[in-house]
Design a protein around this ligand. Structure first.
Ligand SMILES: *Cc1c(COP(=O)(O)O)cnc(C)c1O
Length: 408
């Protein structure tokens, strides 16, 4: 039985509120125990723990070369710097991604050439990418929300055009495309270890590649461009990973299997529960692919649900459910990129305006998912009254929760 929505006077479904994200953290003793040897030796950055992390990830994903860096953004910057060398022209990138994808292009002095994404999978639109790649220097595609963006097909588009391809795999550590782990595709893939991602280091990134020369260049690039003799070979960054971050990353990586099992269980529960709600469509993922469910994102069809995305977000906020509109606005409309001619990307605009990501993390209980589903179900059932209530003059909107507000 579905109780009255809080916005219509019912009791909020979550009190205290349900935060949007909570990083799965290993017990602090695990972190300290791993850090101790490096710490006691006075080795605080780019030491044995970073090397161990790189080895473990290489073994886990079955890739030849792994280079740990200080963030995914820095990893993307250095990787693009390497693959774009002597290649003029824009870089094809979906607009429906996190802004750091485009930032890595822009920091290298290239323009992002934004393309559409599929409205059902939210992944880069291959037809549009194939049209846009003419005259481009490279393709940078994102595995959106941890589901693979059909990397084999993206490679094909890049290969036909004779340009390199890099994957923004920030969400994708532990995901696979048709059984092949993300990390094995393209010229390189770049993962993030920041707190909302699947494996966490506090801050950190990981580049994977089958190209020994590229890996060697990244190792120099993360160290200012210094191969060791202080004669800088090119303009690099300080993008080293510290031993402190590597210690947490190793402990977090040890939890990856259980994290993925739990995220996938929760996602399945959302999918099953939301299937009955008209106008709420879950991200489509090919049956042979494995998502990490870094995010669980649905698209709202306002005509069928009776509420648009913003109205649903407001109703859920009233229930104590914190959500995010990932990715809205789309990157091509950010002020950082809208200086020139804004490209016409109607599908992306519509997707961005309709999506909402729901809480998903290992600490979430089945009952929490059921209550979120119930809140969405109740919103659909009471849509007409809710629309009237939300439009009522003098109404005080529900306060947005701070994402890490609930302890435990
Ligand atoms: C988080 C994220 C990044 C940036 O990762 P950092 O490690 O914070 O630099 C890049 N791309 C996508 C798609 C992301 O979600």
């Amino acid at each position: 039985m579905t109780a009255t929505p809080a916005a219509l006077g019912g009791a909020p479904r979550f009190d205290p509120p349900l935060p949007f994200a909570r990083p799965a953290r290993p017990p602090i003793e695990d972190f300290v125990r791993r850090l101790e040897p490096s710490y006691e030796r006075g080795m605080l950055t780019n030491g044995a723990l970073v090397a161990e992390l790189e080895e473990q990830v290489a073994g886990l994903l079955g890739v030849d070369h792994v280079v740990a860096v200080s963030s995914c953004t820095a990893g993307l910057m250095l990787t693009l710097q390497a693959v774009l060398a002597d290649r003029p022209g824009p870089v094809v990138v979906p607009s429906f991604t996190f802004a750091a994808s485009a930032h890595a292009v822009a920091w290298n002095g290239h323009d992002p050439r934004f393309v559409e994404s599929d409205p059902r999978t939210f992944q880069i639109d291959l037809t549009h990418a194939a049209q846009a790649v003419d005259g481009a220097a490279a393709i940078l595609a994102t595995h959106v929300f941890g589901a693979p963006c059909d990397p084999v097909a993206v490679q094909q588009v890049a290969g036909d055009a004779g340009v390199p391809v890099v994957f923004d795999a920030a969400h994708g550590l532990g995901g696979h495309a048709g059984g092949i782990p993300l990390g094995r595709f393209g010229d390189a893939e770049v993962f993030s270890l920041s707190p909302t991602k699947v494996v966490v280091a506090g801050e950190g990134g990981i580049v994977t590649t089958g190209d020994a020369e590229l890996a060697a260049r990244l190792r120099v690039g993360r160290d200012y461009g210094n191969p060791g003799d202080y004669d800088m070979r090119f303009v690099g960054l300080n993008a080293r990973m510290s031993e402190l971050h590597a210690a947490l990353a190793l402990a977090s990586l040890g939890m990856l299997d259980e994290t993925l099992v739990r995220r996938r269980e929760l996602a399945r529960r959302y999918q099953d529960g939301l299937a009955a709600v008209p106008g709420v469509r879950c991200q489509e993922i090919a049956p042979d692919d494995g998502s990490t469910f870094k995010d669980f994102t649905v698209a709202v069809d306002a005509d069928r649900l009776g509420l648009d995305r913003d109205q649903l977000v407001e109703v859920l906020a009233g229930e104590g459910i914190d959500t995010r509109a990932y990715f809205d606005p789309p990157v091509h409309r950010h002020r950082a990129y809208a200086g020139g001619e804004v490209p016409d990307l109607p599908v992306t605009d519509a997707t961005s305006a309709s999506v909402v990501s729901l809480p998903i993390y290992p600490a979430l209980a089945d009952a929490d998912v059921d209550r979120v589903v119930d809140a969405v179900t109740a919103a659909a059932a009471h849509a007409e009254a809710l629309v009237a209530e939300l439009a009522r003059p003098g109404r005080v909107p529900a306060r947005r929760q701070a994402s890490l507000s609930r302890p435990g």
